[in-house]
Design a protein around this ligand. Structure first.
Ligand SMILES: NC(=O)c1ccc[n+]([C@@H]2O[C@H](COP(=O)([O-])OP(=O)(O)OC[C@H]3O[C@@H](n4cnc5c(N)ncnc54)[C@H](OP(=O)(O)O)[C@@H]3O)[C@@H](O)[C@H]2O)c1
Length: 267
């Protein structure tokens, strides 16, 4: 059971900008205390300060850390324990995207991408479940992508990593179905976050730009669905259409269409 003196938080990785920041703001607006974890860049402290100013009666703290570092997940856990932070929601959001021919990046890039998108999610989830178990009701929200539903040429490691998150989340949800922990996986399509994403969406053409969503809209829809205990969150009409499309178009045709679409944003 929960320690009486503990304040309970939502812990969000990649919370300094983009979807993670929007999730932090949305949770704060719902009255939650939030712990923000991201790279040790100025934006992390700025986002945290802004939340403290806007919600003076709630608690916020941040930890700057590279989650691809060995033992980073243990450091995050140690920080929570040292400060006696109770965690009832873990949001594994930090992730690294890219596009381009497989050989256009060095192997170290893919190693980092796999560490962040998959390994750190598994490590944090494993380390934090005992903390989540201390609460009457708890949530794990893992951020995958619409890419989880496809094999995507020129984005192969990214889409595979998101498929991993999707699969891991669905199976863990089943394992924990009789526990206090709900597991939700988020599968957004195009979200207007960082400059790199905006440029890639622009390169994919008008359809991509028209269908992209704001991080704030995605965050609000997602947190509402997570609190309802949904297994999968697909925010917006277009992502839902993409998913249906993926189920009906023959595989070779799908692969060719995706290759044509994603070679355009290859850099
Ligand atoms: N944007 C989209 O269209 C889209 C679509 C589907 C799924 N997603 C997924 O949604 C998640 C968030 O994407 P986003 O577009 O919001 O990303 P973003 O704007 O680039 O933000 C990424 C966040 O992760 C942090 N981060 C990056 N590398 C890290 C590391 N090694 N250690 C700790 N923190 C790290 C960043 O910290 P700094 O600010 O310090 O760099 C930042 O807070 C990702 O998992 C992504 O795959 C995004």
């Amino acid at each position: 059971m929960k320690h009486k003196t503990q304040t309970t938080f939502t812990l969000i990785t990649g919370a300094s900008q983009g979807i993670g920041k929007a999730l932090a703001e949305n949770c704060a607006a719902r009255g939650q205390n939030v712990l923000l974890v991201a790279l040790p860049e100025p934006m992390l402290a700025e986002t945290t300060q802004a939340l403290k100013k806007q919600y003076p009666h709630q608690q916020f703290d941040c930890l700057g850390i590279d989650l691809t570092d060995k033992n980073a997940s243990q450091v995050v856990l140690g920080w929570c324990n040292k400060n006696n932070y109770g965690i009832d929601t873990l949001v594994n959001n930090a992730g690294l995207g890219n596009s381009g021919p497989f050989m256009s990046r060095d192997a170290a890039f893919y190693y980092t991408q796999m560490q962040l998108n998959m390994v750190s999610v598994v490590m944090l989830t494993h380390l934090f479940i005992p903390l989540l178990e201390q609460h009457t009701k708890a949530n794990i929200l893992n951020v995958a992508s619409m890419a989880a539903y496809y094999d995507i040429p020129f984005k192969g490691i990214y889409s595979a990593s998101k498929r991993f998150i999707y699969s891991f989340s669905r199976s863990l949800r089943k394992e924990l179905e009789h526990s206090n922990i709900n597991v939700t996986v988020l599968c957004p399509a195009m979200v207007s976050t960082n400059a790199d994403v905006l440029l890639r969406n622009k390169e994919m053409g008008l359809a991509s730009q028209i269908t992209q969503q704001s991080p704030e809209a995605v965050a609000d829809y997602t947190i509402t669905r997570m609190l309802k205990g949904k297994a999968v969150v697909i925010p917006g009409v277009f992502p839902k259409i993409y998913k249906v499309f993926g189920g009906i178009v023959p595989y070779p045709m799908k692969l060719s269409l995706l290759a044509r679409a994603f070679i355009r944003q290859s850099r």
